[in-house]
Design a binder for this molecule. Structure first.
Ligand code: HSE
Length: 409
């Protein structure tokens, strides 16, 4: 029998307990070992809940108990999650987590600490909720030079954009109802500003390209400026606005570079990401032999996320005393400036600037929305971000601009 401890009895922690309880037999069969929760660490008590007999308030109880071989960190946040994780690994306990903040900030260090102590640090649930993506990237797509990751990595923003598109509502209105229904946090900043997605992109890029992508160096733009009018233009174009997290590896003079950004993009139906709606997430991975592979599923939620966490518990129980190899070097990946990336842009301009804008941007056609007599929209020719900004200055600014992701899958 292997005993484990769960740090945090919140949304994910209670899901972990539920998954391990409901699927006990199946999980034990797959692990070839009986797994038992010995402790649940939380500041609170849960009188009347069967979990209460396992609740402890002092992490040292878990740390000093040699029976506990696996620690599940689902507290979230950097501190004390970092200190608890580090101490558990140093004590010879494997740790698994859903904590993307911690993995994005300290991933290589914690993997190294785990390996120095002959244990494992796994984080399947840190990206894409219940979608298996870390293990496939690390253990399945090993025959390829992976050169692109593009995904919808945040459920909250995908839900908001989907509702705006399907119900014709404005951003603030949808956010408010999403908060009321518990789909969005009361403080939604991390989701709507793209901070959650960029951490996930950094983790996936680090694993895919083998060097550490620093999320702080990745250009990040959220969805707060997307208006109902932008959505109406997108519909007229037969496109959708999605918050994409995308990175592409290039090699210049033998050195790996990476273009990466999180931003709202217009996409059309030629990519399957177009059909990813609501709280669902999806990740496209491109390998030089594989081509594109797509991963799709519930990107958030207690049980889907817990399912991914428990899959790590099973892996750690299967590999007690053996370390799992990770292709994640602490050496920094060079994040190239987005200003040199080329793409097309959707642009809205005031009518008085339209002629000048047309002559500078070479649009294919002009779109006018009913009830919007004083403005027009168009798609620019392909150019670098730097070039785009300099041409915009010459015609007196835009009402809004949205990047376009041209994909052939
Ligand atoms: N807030 C995150 C999301 C939860 O909306 O996707 C899962 O990481």
């Amino acid at each position: 029998m292997t005993k484990i401890a769960v740090l945090g009895y919140g949304t994910v922690g209670s899901g972990v307990v539920e998954v391990l309880t409901k699927n006990q037999k199946i999980i034990n069969n797959k692990a070839k070992e009986e797994i038992e929760i010995k402790y649940v660490l939380d500041l609170r008590d849960f009188p009347g809940d069967p979990i209460q007999e396992k609740i402890v308030h002092d992490f040292d109880v878990i740390l000093k108990d040699p029976e506990v071989r696996v620690v599940v960190e689902v507290m979230g946040g950097l501190h004390p999650a970092y200190e608890f994780t580090k101490a558990a690994l140093e004590e010879g306990k494997s740790v698994c987590t859903s904590n993307k903040e911690l993995v994005a900030e300290f991933g290589p260090e914690l993997i190294a600490t785990a390996h120095a102590n002959n244990v494992n640090y796994l984080f399947e649930a840190s990206c894409g909720g219940g979608i298996p993506i870390i293990r496939p990237l690390n253990s399945s797509i090993t025959a390829d030079d992976v050169d692109e990751i593009t995904g919808i990595l945040n459920g909250t923003t995908n839900y908001i954009l989907t509702e705006m598109t399907e119900k014709g509502l404005g951003y603030e209105e949808v956010l408010k109802s999403a908060q009321e229904m518990g789909y969005a946090e009361r403080n939604p900043e991390a989701d709507v500003e793209g901070y959650d997605a960029v951490r996930k992109l950094a983790i996936l890029s680090s694993l895919a390209y083998g060097r550490t992508a620093d999320y702080k160096k990745i250009y990040t733009e959220g969805i707060t400026k997307i208006s109902k009018d932008d959505i109406d233009y997108a519909k007229t174009l037969g496109m959708k606005i999605k918050l994409l997290a995308t990175s592409r590896k290039t090699v210049v003079d033998g050195e790996k570079h990476c273009y990466a950004l999180v931003s709202p993009f217009l996409i059309d139906a030629s990519t399957p990401l177009y059909a990813v709606n609501g709280v669902y997430n999806s990740i496209l991975v491109h390998g030089n032999m594989l081509g594109y592979a797509m991963f799709y599923g519930a990107g958030a939620g207690s049980l889907p996320t817990a399912s991914a966490v428990v899959s790590d518990v099973v892996d750690e129980v299967r590999h007690l005393g053996r370390t799992l190899i990770f292709n994640w070097n602490p050496k920094q990946l060079d994040i190239a400036s987005v200003e040199n990336e080329e793409r097309r842009f959707f642009v809205r301009v005031k009518k008085e600037n339209l002629d000048k804008a047309k002559s500078l941007m070479n649009p294919e056609k002009i779109i006018e929305l009913e009830g919007k007599a004083d403005e027009a929209g168009f798609i620019s020719e392909r150019m670098s971000e730097k070039e785009f900004e300099s041409r915009v200055e010459k015609f007196g600014g835009v009402i809004s601009r949205i990047r376009i992701k041209d994909m052939t899958v």
